[in-house]
Design a protein around this ligand. Sequence first.
Ligand code: FMN
Length: 213
Amino acid sequence: MSSPEARIAIIYYSSTGNVHRLAQAFADGAADAGAEVRLRRAAELAPDASIDSNPAWRAHLDATAYIKPATLDDLEWANGYAFGTPTRYGNVSSQLRQFLDTTGGLWQAGKLANKPATGFTSSHFAHGGQESTLLSLYNTLCHWGSIVLPTGYVNYEVAAAAGGNPYGVSCVEEQSDDDEYLKAVLEAARHQGSRLAEAAVLLASLTSRPSAA
Ligand SMILES: Cc1cc2nc3c(=O)[nH]c(=O)nc-3n(C[C@H](O)[C@H](O)[C@H](O)COP(=O)(O)O)c2cc1C
């Protein structure tokens, strides 16, 4: 029997690129650990008038049009998940939420359970609600029966340099002009992407083991 491989789906929403940058670092970290990776974006739902009111939003949407939209097949295929969202009033963005709210059929069929899953976010302010956003995301993962994989302080130096959020990798946008800070956050994202891939292999080997008679 061949050993299980990590198949990691990184599914995110980003208006202006901060969460996209984290998602890319997660993808790099998972690939470094040997995973097959699908980087997918939650579809845009906002009206054109809103998008066009912010040139950075329109530019990012156009620049990332090549990234495939997330599908239910990505969730069924993967054996590990990372979900990314901007902090929106201390909560998950409606675009990512809408995608999560299409998963009832997979949930009912037991296709989402027993897989490691983590979250990441970006907010403007350090105290703008990153933890509440991640905890809100994790409510859904609890319902799925995921093995929720927070960052903790597993690698203390990496976590501390990135702001010390143990709930998941997070970026404070107003600090991201500081190259050292941004580098540390992206390193934390790569590290967590690798860790997610390693956890996926471990859990897949446990769940594929024939049950004892
Ligand atoms: C509608 C809306 C709500 C937001 N709510 C918060 C918030 O509660 N706290 C905060 O610090 N930033 C908030 N922000 C700022 C975004 O979280 C921040 O700019 C983030 O880095 C954007 O990520 P993106 O570039 O991937 O879209 C909000 C932005 C918008 C448009």
